[in-house]
Structures are given as C-alpha cells and as structure tokens.
Ligand binder design. Sequence first.
Ligand SMILES: [Zn+2]
Length: 746
Amino acid sequence: CRFLVGRIEKRSSETSAWQHVGRAFHFDDDWSTLRFVDQVPAVGCLVPPEFRSSQNVSSLTLNQPWPMPLRWQQQRYHKNNAFVAEKVDIPANAPAQRWEMPTTLTDQESFAFQLILSSTTGDIFLATPRYTVKPHFAELTCLDQATAIRCNGQPVKGSNIVLQPGTNHLEVEVPAGQKLRFEIGSHRFELDDTWEQKGDAHHKTLFLDQTVLWPNWKAQALHLCPDQGQQLLFWPNGLPEGDLANGYKLFLEVPDGCELRGASGYYKRQKVELKEIGLIDGYRHYELLFPGVKKYTEATLGQLHRWCAVLLMPTTRWNGNGELRFHAATPDLKAQEIPQCVPLVAMPPVNGRQPKKILFQLWTGWLRTMDDISLRDQIYASYIPAGITEAGAPAIAGLTAFNIINLENWNLDLKNWLARGEDYRQLQMNGKRHSYYPCSGRLLYTPEGRETLVQAAKVWQEKRQVDHCNLDFEGSVWGWCLGCFCPLCLKQFADAHQLKASPTPEQLKNNYEKEWTAWMNKKMADLAVLLQEGVKRARPDVVFSVYSAYQSEEFKRRYGIDWELLRGKIDLGMCGYGYDAKLLQATKQALAPTPMVSGIIIQPYQSKFATYPSFWSQAEILKHLLVGRVGLLLYEYHSMDGRSFYNLGEITRLAADYEELILKGERVEAEFPLLKGPKGDNYQALRHAGQTMLMLMNRSRQPTAYQLDATAPALAGKSLRDYYTGQTGVMAGNIASGGIRVLLLE
Ligand SMILES: [Zn+2]
C-alpha cells in the first residue's frame, strides 16, 4: 500500500507532509510504501545542508534512544555519474541527541541529493526524495590582472574567487604599484594599505555572512514607514580572526533620508559607541564600536543580554529606495566582512490613534533593561503614533506601564519567608525541594502566609510603580510554581476531600486527577486574588489582569487555569494567540462580566529561529479586537516592522473614532445579509446610539469579493460609506488579502 498524509494550516504558513516529498503532496512520485512494524526511531528534526561553498552540515535529531544501530546516509549523484555517499553510524541505545553530518562542496554544478535513515541491515525508516540541488556560491571577482591569487591556501584559476561562509584568507601577488580591484555584488574594494604584506604576497581576511541580524529581515525585506523608528538587533560576537585588542566594529549604511538614532546594549553588559561617518554615494555611513569585545564568541543566540539594539529612523526625506548594509571589521580593517544587504520597502505613514479606553498592549521583552535610557524612551515613543496604549514598564508619558508579577525569585521578593525553614519551600513531585518556589499550601492557606504574600505584592508595586499588573500563569497542576507535594499540602487536600489519609503523588495522579486539578485551579485563583490585594493596597487603581490559556478541560490541567474561578475577582483576563471561536467564546463566557482581551503573535518570537518574520494583517488585528472588544495583547515588539505598525495604526484609529460603538455595540449582521463575502466572525456588524458599522475581514491569501443583499429592509433608504476611503455606494466590492472593509450606515 502506498501512502501519504499531509496538512495545510494557512494561518501559520504550514504545509507539511508525513513523508518528504519532491514536488508537492498531490503528486504520487514520492509516496511511500506503508510497512507495519512494532516501533520506529523517533526522528525529531531533519535539516538538510545549505548547499553553499565548502563545509555544509545536515543534522538529524533523535528524540529517544533506539535499541539497534542506525545508519544515517547522504548520497550525491553528480552529472558525470560520480556518486558520493557519506554516513554516520549511530550506535545502539545512543542517547537522544542531534547528529551532524558534514558535506563539502567544491563546485557549483547541480546534483541530486538524498538523505536516508536505515538500520545497518538496510531496513529503511526514512528517505527523502532525490532533490535536485544547485549549490549557491558567493563569488568575488578580481577586476584586474594579478600574478597569483590564492584563497584559503588554494590557487585560484581565472578571476572568480569562491568564498565560503565564515572566514576566508585571500592572498594576492601583483607587480609593485599595480592596482587590483575586487567586486562582489554591488560592493567593491581594492588592494590597499589594510592588506598585510608578507614577502611578495598581500594578505587579507574576509568574512562572509558573519554578522547576525535578528530577526532575519535579510531573508526578504524590511518594511519601513516614514518617521516610524525600526529596531535592528545585532549579535556583537566579535570576529573569529584578527586583532580585537581594541574591540571590533560594525559598519552600517542606510539610504540618504534614513538615520540611525542610537545604539545600546542591555543589562550594562555591552558597551557600544555609535559614530556617523558621513554621506557617501547616497548612503549615510555609520560606525558602531564595541570596545569591550576583545575576543570572538561562537554565536550564542539564546544569550539575550549580548544583543545590541540600533534604532533606524526613515525620515520623510527618504525616497523609499535602497537597502540596509552592514559589515563587521577589526578596528585596523585588516579583517573585514563582505557587506550584507537587506532590501528596504517603503510603506505609507503610520496613522494610528490611541483610544481612551480600549487598550493596545505591546510586549517589549527586555527593552526596559536597555542601557541607553534616551534610546529606550525614543523606542517607547515610537509606539504612540501606531495607537499602542501600553508597554512594558517603565514606559513614558502617553503610555501606560505594565509589568508581569510571578513567583520567580527575581520578581516577587519572598526571601525572608523562604528563609524560615525548608518546610517553606515547595516539595516537588520528584521529592526534592525547589530552590525558591514556596510551599503553596503554607503561603496561601495560613494567615501568616497570606499576609506575607499580600505584603510582598504591595512592596512589588511600590518598587515598580506600574499602572497595569499582569499575572502570567501557564503552569501544569503537577508542577511549576504551585504544585507542592509536601505533607502539609497533601493533608490540606485530604481534609478538603474528606480522605482518611493523605494521598501520595502517584495516588493523586491515578485516582484523584480531577479533584487535584480543581484544587490546583483554586490555588491559582487564590494566588491571583492575594497578589491583586497586595498591589492595590499600594495603589488602588492599578489594573490587575491574568494572562493564561483558554477555558477548556485540557487547559485546566495543562496550564492550571479555570477562568470561572476568576470571574468578578480580577479586572481583566487575557489569553492568546490563535483564533478558535469556540475556545474564545468559552473563555469570554467563563469570565463574564469580567472583560477579556485576546492576543496576537508574530513569528518568530524566539531568537533561535531564523525564519523571516510574519506580520499582523488588518483582518487579524480587527478580528481579535472584536473578541473581547476592550483591547488587544500584541506579542511582541522585536519582530515588528512597518507592516505591523502600519496595520495597527489603521485599526487603532478606527477604535479611537468608534470607541463607544466597539465597546457597547450590539451584533446586528443578521440584518445585513451578504450574498457573498466573508463567513462567520469574519463579518460582523455593530450598532450603538444610532450608529451602525459593518466590518468585513479577509484572512485568506487571496483577495475576496463581497456583496450585500440590497433588498435587506435595514438598508432601505440608507447608503454605505467606506470608513477608510470615504467612498459611498459600496454595496459590493473587493477585500484585499489580509485586509478589511469598514462600512458605515448613513
Ligand atoms: Zn507544600
């Protein structure tokens, strides 16, 4: 039986197949033969090589040990019938881990490539199709005649020099006084005094794709709106070769009309000096000096404090063309990177407005720990034109400051309480005491514990001075910050459930999972209420909210949240990020009349992912705003560019102009039937105080047409005006992909 199963999830841009396919899963060339066996190796992730010059690496992650030896092979079939096979033998019972296999490519001819995982006796567990691959080599051209050129020790024939990613040693010999020019893409350089002379040869170290800019704007383009600052994040890791005694430099070039407004590290870990060099050939040149980077560190993308933020400001003088260029170099310029380029795309100006009551909350990661306070506040200020109303504390005038509260030891100060004795700390399921999580039973269900918690929350608020305090709670009932299995906690549970003896954790799992889940959900709600009491004791008008998963039986267990227990007890509930109408409604109903805000997310939000960032479409922003109607949570700043800022502005302006209608409007789309157009929640109409607004949202990748039923009685004698264009008579029309139409009944 030949077999394939695939999945298309448009919202997250996913098209995946159970078996690797050569073209697409509708073509049966690559369908696999289905063979039934007891067990197969747990392959987590298979990453093919990048197919660039020199060394490439493919990797395979095994999620579990496998009892038999495995053979992982890669095969290359070249045009001249040459066949290259490489393999990695994975021993039986090897621990779960990532395995790497190098591939060295020396020429740019295309070839067929296949990866296979099998037993050593030849049973195939996984095989990709034979992909046709054209390697991508970066070539440096020498424009003049040289006596000899060597790259990485190898003589170069002709004038094209293939560079490998990372370090390249270039060596040239020319008659004295002769000019020697090089070109790669639009970048040119020549033999000059930054080359080191040894005997007859001149040496230079060149780097290719060395500097990391995150997120990966380079993969496509960076979108900029005039006067809307754009953050760029670089990893100042130094250079693997060259003299770094005086630090190292990053050179940036932006088209005339764009400016760099500052650069900064975080947590006082990274000193950086920004200097403008001047305008050269239509590009403004800048230099960033990192005086403290004295040696190269392998890219450690998780170490957030090592980042350097740069604020790029496209002014209204920018003509909308050009690219962002950046390259690293040693201060003596003897070792230099080939400039990397990011295409820039000009967007219309951001035209948002802050509503008075509806909140647009932007999460900003570690922005508040930025060293350069003035740069930090310029970034905060850049949120206001988009209509964003609150951001991670400390914010600035015009923005509400919010911050998260939790039981981590850097957050709420429970040191003195925990120091009272071992019994005050959480006993985890594995029988070990947690180093700083408290015993939740003692903290929540003894008078001294409750007063300690309330007091700690009061001190927290006095220190942080926030307008909005958020408890971000996403923890399993079997662990995290509240899951304590000490004798006191187990006895409290037993007493509350009239059990004669305290159950063991195993008995809880096997016999009382439902009761334990409800018990832990209640603990979570009690924690929220006490934290709220504390922060409000310091300042009564602080907004106290909880962020967690949606209302569902599964999430009660997995995230420890039952929103019904928070109804009427907190100011606001927040959850994200998908749009599952049923789960959203269930959450809203569980909390009502307490208001609820849903959230939207941009991928990637973690720096370990180098994918090109997504953005928020107008349809996505408006649709999520209409769930709770009191606001929107935006996660998070680092991956935003002009696309997200512009689209947010369009929706915040609408929300500011029609705030009461959005907050209080009654759903009336049934009175305005569509003959064709968006379905379900993608079409909503609201009416309040004599105003009626029809909102059509297109979340698909294609433009879509809509047409209202002109015979509907509610439309008799009325006309429709487009909120954005002012156009009237818009009973039918088109909605762009990701776009919206907002029609006002007049
Ligand atoms: Zn306990």
